[in-house]
Structures are given as structure tokens and as C-alpha cells.
Ligand binder design. Structure first.
Ligand code: ATP
Ligand code: MG
Ligand code: MG
Ligand code: MG
Length: 576
């Protein structure tokens, strides 16, 4: 490829809305171009990286025995109604209508469609196990699209779905995918960690996320450096600030009227108008992921009047709320926050709760809560947290660095990560909802056991850059770089010797299968070098009249401080 034929468009400055370095550098390197919130053009330079990521994924998925197909982006709502997700999923699911007023969705994931294929095509135990995958455009109407293509609304995902005869078979499929994921992320050349992930109540009990370690990651991972224990604390979408999960109480504030705290006191403290505030309500919402799995249960406490007997607040009701809410009882909430029974008193929050679209509770950042030890209120309560799950996740609540690891093999450390992959054992959740059965050896119908496995193809680019960059730009791992080598002749348009040597080297590298680009644009050396450093090509070869007189060229790795002088004939071996 010659640079003049290709498309190179670099910028000195990143746009102001690019908060993280990967977003800034991808924009500056001309890899992506914004079209709308969370919607990007993948420009030629960026698309080359995406294609390389996809090629590695395909290679390893095929090696692991998965079969590629392609399922539609626009899917009929009927299938999503079968599993209930058409109604259950929140506004992240993009619903559209066709000209006949029929409902469709733009797929955020494809469990329904693949299960529909399986129930029609996989009729006998002899056809199992089977793993179908595709690499396809996804759309999720994210609440906060940001960080460029790391949290886009339209993005590319590889999603695979396994079908097995029984749970043991499904566990094996899961293991195979887990191993394939490790090979994939090893080949990407990224530092990552596979961590236990929260599966919620319905999703089965086996789930791991692959997290690329980076300071800017939205997730917090706890791990034990002396064992293989690692788990995700879901901080990304958490409503509370990313402070450590404290107990319910963080800081003590005296109420305005010592001696007796009432709801009115709390309201005064918070500057709320009690009359406008919903009263006597304690509720919990379940947040479902795109699989319909409960990933987070959030306890919402609305301002409760001080004269109200809290223990009477059981299954409350609020006009306008439809199904999908579960109301927590006070004892549950006390247990959640580790309070003594009867301890919870008047409770308030900094902002009144807004109920949006029936089931989304508006974001709130901080809470004040009261206690029956009169005249004490606590601020900074981390209410927006998951209820304990009866497994590992339960153990990671309130964790701080240095706490003993749940496996007893050391102490915990915390680091931040970017979720780039997710493997999930689904059990029969979807096969049951959609009646996906096969005939077993005895001729009886049985439900298929499923698993699903995602990789954020486009997110990988951002994650790779977060982990690999310097002041001059991106430093791509060689396996996914847009080009492996940039050939930079000085005076390509002026010197016949330079042109001949550069053309010959280019042809030689291409013949050897090295993905080399020849910069024939006639840029000044400084500008040319700056471009390739920004774009992050791993190797640069500089040819000049002066060097060629001695038969030498300069080869410099993107991470190296200085170039080495090599004979032209040695270049191919050095950059391969
Ligand atoms: P997150 O917690 O970041 O919202 P998720 O758990 O909702 O991700 P999954 O449903 O597990 O995502 O999807 C599989 C993979 O797709 C994720 O591991 C991630 O790499 C990628 N992905 C999910 N949402 C986005 C997005 N908005 N933009 C880019 N990639 C995404
Ligand atoms: Mg998500
Ligand atoms: Mg997640
Ligand atoms: Mg996930």
C-alpha cells in the first residue's frame, strides 16, 4: 500500500469532547470520525485495525470449533416478545417500526434469533454440541455513550452461542470458549485479567469477564496477587460515586433539631419540600442486562415521614409504577446495610426520585439517611449498590485493599479494567422460554443447555490504546496494528536512488507478507515521522541519500528511543 493511495488524515488537536486518551488519539490519528452521539464512521486507518482484531477472533473461534453465520441487525419483535425481553428491557433496546406499523428491534445481542435457529435446525442429540457465532453490528441506546468507540451506541461485537445436550456439556463448551478467549487476548498482546462476574439471579452461576487493565477502566476489579482469585465490582453504571463501598454510613451530620429526627428534619436538611416528595416508600429495582438477567438490585429509599412506622412499610405501591419493581421490606434493607433491626429511622435523599419511563429511576448521587439513634444522620451512603448475591460476589462487598481474599490465599488488591469480553453460562433460560428442544437418545424432547460469549470488537481498539500509548501517540501491539512497517523515504520525489530503494524494499516486504506502507506523499521528514508515531505503526524504516551511500537505512521500533542502522538486505528479517 502506498500512502498517497490510502487515506491518511491526522489532526494536531483532539476535539474537546474526547475525555480519555484512546478517544483523543483515535480522533487525531484519523481512525474514527464522529457522526452522532456514540455513532462513528470507522475510517480506513481504523478499519484496518478492526479487521485485524476480527481476523484473530475468527481464527480462534474456528479453531475452537465454533461455526460462523450472520444474523440480522434488524429483528422482529415477536421473538423478543417470546422471551419477554421486548417489554422487560429498558430504553437501551432500540425499538423501531416498519411501514406496516410492525415492531422490530435493532439487535443489542442475538440470543432470541440464535435460539430460534437452534429450535428449528438442531432436532437431534446427534447435532449437538453446536456453537454459532457472528461478528455483527450492535446497537444499544446507552445512557451515557462516551469514550469514543469504547462505549458507543453502535458498535461491533463478536457474539457466540453454544447449544449442548446437558449441563455437563455446556460446562465443557464454556471451558472451550474460556480457553479460546485467553488465546485471543494473548494474541492481541494486551495485559488482561479474567475475572468472576456477577450473574444476577437468573443467569446461571458461571460467568467471567475479560478485563483489559487500564486506569481509565469503568470497572473495578479485585484480585489476589498470590492466587488466581479475581472478580469485578460493577462500578461502571453504579449510581453511587465510585467511592469504596462503605457500610451504609460514611459521615455523620447533626440534624437541625437535635433530640428528635423527623422526616421534616431530613427534608429541611436536604432543602426538600416534603409535600412534593413521595412518602413512605422503600423499593428496590432490578436492573436487567440485555439477556434479561438481573445484574443489579438497587435499593431506593424515598423520603419517609418520621411519624411513620417503618416496619409497616412492606410491599408498598406507587401509582404509575408498573410491574418490574420489587419492593424491599425494611428488614431486608436493614440486612442490606448491616443495620441492627429497628435501627433505620427517617430516610432522605439529596434529590427527589424521578420515575422515568415506568421503570428507570433517575440517577442520584448521594444520600442522607437517618437512624433511630435520634439526631444522627449519615451522608454519603452507598445506596445504589447490588444486594448481596449468595456467592463470591457477596464477599466482595465493602472490600478494601488488604482485606483477606475470599479464597484464603492472600490479601486483595484493586485495579481498574475495561470489559472487553464476557462469557456466560445461560442454562435453559432461553431454550425454555422459546421451547428449543431436541430429541435425546431415548427419543424424548429435552431442553438445550446454552452459553453465550461476547467480545467487544471495536472496544478492543480503545482498550489497546489506553494500555499502549505515549506522548507522541498510539503504540499498537504488532498483531493488530493498521500497518506493521512504515517505509519513510526522504526525498522520494527528488532522488532516483531513494525511490528505487524504497520501492524495492516495499515490494520485498509485501512479498514476505509484511504489511508495509510506503509513505510516498513527499512530506517533510518531521511531519512524516510525527504522523506514523501518532498512528502507532510498530516499525519505521527511513531511507535517505546519505544513508544509502553507505548502503544503510534506519530502522526504529515505536517504543525504541533510537534507530539502528542496518544494511538494506537486513531490514526484512529485522521487521518481520
Ligand atoms: P458494559 O458493562 O461495558 O456496559 P456489557 O456487560 O453490557 O458491557 P455485554 O452484554 O457483556 O456488555 O457484551 C459483550 C461485550 O460487548 C462487552 O464485554 C464489551 O466488550 C462490548 N460492549 C458492550 N457494550 C458496548 C458498547 N456500548 N460499546 C462498545 N462495546 C460494548
Ligand atoms: Mg452494558
Ligand atoms: Mg458489564
Ligand atoms: Mg458484560
Amino acid at each position: 500500500m502506498k500512502a498517497s493511495q490510502f487515506f491518511i488524515s491526522t489532526l494536531k488537536e483532539a476535539p474537546a469532547d474526547a475525555e480519555v486518551v484512546s478517544h483523543q488519539l483515535m480522533m487525531r490519528a484519523g481512525m474514527i470520525k464522529r457522526l452522532g452521539a456514540g455513532i462513528y464512521n470507522y475510517m480506513p486507518m481504523g478499519l484496518r485495525v478492526i479487521r485485524k482484531v476480527e481476523a484473530i477472533i475468527r481464527d480462534e473461534m474456528n479453531r475452537a470449533g465454533a461455526v460462523e453465520l450472520l444474523m440480522p441487525v434488524v429483528q422482529p419483535a415477536e421473538l423478543w416478545q417470546e422471551t419477554g425481553r421486548f417489554d422487560k428491557m429498558g430504553p437501551e433496546l432500540m425499538r423501531v417500526k416498519d411501514r406496516h406499523d410492525r415492531d422490530f428491534i435493532i439487535q443489542p445481542t442475538s440470543e432470541e434469533v440464535v435460539t430460534d435457529i437452534a429450535r428449528q435446525e438442531l432436532r437431534s442429540y446427534k447435532q449437538l454440541p453446536k456453537n454459532f457465532y457472528h461478528i455483527q453490528t450492535k446497537f444499544r441506546d446507552e445512557r451515557r455513550p462516551r469514550f469514543g468507540i469504547m462505549r458507543g451506541r453502535e458498535f461491533t461485537m463478536k457474539d457466540a452461542y453454544s447449544f449442548d445436550r446437558d449441563a455437563a456439556g455446556a460446562a465443557k463448551s464454556y471451558e472451550q470458549m474460556f480457553a479460546a478467549y485467553k488465546r485471543i487476548f494473548d494474541r492481541f498482546g494486551l495485559t488482561y485479567r479474567a475475572v468472576a462476574a456477577d450473574t444476577g439471579a437468573i443467569g446461571g452461576d458461571l460467568s467471567h469477564e475479560f478485563q483489559v487493565i487500564a486506569q481509565t477502566g469503568e470497572d473495578a476489579i479485585i484480585y489476589c496477587p498470590t492466587s488466581d482469585y479475581a472478580a469485578n465490582i460493577e462500578l461502571a453504571e453504579a449510581v453511587a460515586p465510585a467511592t469504596p463501598r462503605g457500610p451504609a454510613t460514611q459521615a455523620l451530620v447533626k440534624t437541625p433539631t437535635p433530640g428528635k429526627s423527623t422526616c421534616a428534619d431530613v427534608a429541611a436538611l436536604l432543602g426538600l419540600d416534603l409535600k412534593q416528595t413521595v412518602k413512605s416508600l422503600v423499593l428496590a429495582t432490578d436492573e436487567l442486562d440485555e439477556r434479561g438477567v438481573v445484574v443489579k438490585t438497587t435499593v431506593w429509599l424515598l423520603l419517609v415521614r418520621g411519624d411513620h412506622d417503618m416496619n409497616e412499610v412492606k410491599v408498598g405501591k406507587l401509582d404509575g409504577l408498573k410491574n418490574g419493581f420489587r419492593f424491599a421490606t425494611v428488614p431486608e434493607i436493614e440486612a442490606h446495610f448491616g443495620c441492627k433491626p429497628g435501627y433505620l429511622g427517617p430516610i432522605g435523599l439529596l434529590q427527589p426520585v424521578k420515575i422515568v419511563a415506568d421503570r428507570t429511576v433517575a440517577q442520584m448521587s448521594d444520600f442522607v439517611c437517618g437512624a433511630n439513634a435520634w439526631d444522627h444522620h449519615y451522608t454519603g451512603a452507598n445506596w445504589g449498590r447490588d444486594l448481596p448475591e449468595p456467592d463470591l460476589v457477596a464477599d466482595i462487598r465493602n472490600v478494601v485493599e488488604g482485606d483477606p481474599s475470599p479464597d484464603g490465599k492472600g490479601v486483595l488488591a484493586i485495579e481498574r479494567g475495561i470489559e472487553v469480553g464476557h462469557v456466560f453460562y445461560l442454562g435453559t433460560k432461553y431454550s425454555k422460554a422459546m421451547n428449543a428442544t431436541f430429541l435425546d437418545e431415548t427419543g424424548k424432547p429435552a431442553l438445550m443447555e446454552m452459553g453465550c460469549y461476547g467480545i467487544g470488537v471495536t472496544r478492543i481498539l480503545g482498550a489497546a490504546i489506553e494500555q499502549n500509548h505515549d506522548a507522541r501517540g498510539i503504540i499498537w501491539p504488532a498483531s493488530i496494528a493498521p500497518f506493521q512497517v512504515a517505509i519513510c523515504p526522504i526525498g522520494y520525489d527528488r532522488s532516483a536512488e531513494v525511490k528505487a530503494a524504497a520501492d524495492a524494499l516495499h515490494a520485498e516486504l509485501l512479498a514476505l507478507g509484511v504489511d508495509a506502507i510506503l509513505d510516498d506523499r513527499g512530506e517533510r521528514p518531521g511531519a512524516m515521522f510525527a504522523d506514523w508515531e501518532l498512528i502507532g505503526v510498530p516499525q519505521r524504516v527511513v531511507l535517505s541519500d546519505r544513508g544509502l551511500k553507505e548502503g544503510l537505512v534506519e530502522v526504529q521500533g515505536r517504543r525504541e528511543a533510537e534507530a539502528s542502522k542496518l544494511a538494506l538486505a537486513e531490514v526484512a528479517a529485522a521487521v518481520k
